[in-house]
Write a protein that binds this ligand. Sequence first.
Ligand code: IMP
Ligand code: MG
Length: 178
Amino acid sequence: MHPDVEKLFASEEELKQIIARLGRQITADYAGKMPIFVGVLRGCFVFMADLVRACDLPCTIDFMVVSSYGAGTTSTGAVKIVKDLTENIEGRDVIIVEDILDSGNTLSYLRKYMMARKPASIRIVTLLDKPERRTADVKADYVGFAIPDAFVVGYGLDYNEKYRNLPYIGVLKPEIYS
Ligand code: IMP
Ligand code: MG
């Protein structure tokens, strides 16, 4: 394990099983439809690559880049769009793909933002959910794991842009960010 990681939260094998389960649920729920997965970069990139391959459905994909965190471990509240949607989502069944739902600021903003573009539906899938930390009114429709309030990295998730390439999810040692 990486020396900055205090303990393993989810192994590669556990991630694989959880994503297979999410893929089965989404495949069943969207049977006969062609959803568009909209990933929230950069954190979603590993999860989304695995998730779309676990969904046995015709689909398209798009990405948005937003920033709100900067270099810290808590959200500043303000969400800035760095890269907008490329595709037209009007009339589409949108599935927003997030790495982690924390305060809910990012997703409550994005959901409103996309709603204004008149999709047929919007659902949210998040790999990780920290329900204790929620301040905005937002719930995910599909959740991989609910987790306690700890700062985790790996499998796409970063601290200061590092650790995204770890193939597992681990709890970062507090001395790294305090
Ligand atoms: P929210 O807007 O507070 O819900 O923040 C969501 C974003 O914060 C996520 O997409 C992550 O980029 C980041 N984030 C929140 N908690 C963690 C964590 O434990 N590790 C890494 N990134 C996190
Ligand atoms: Mg993110």
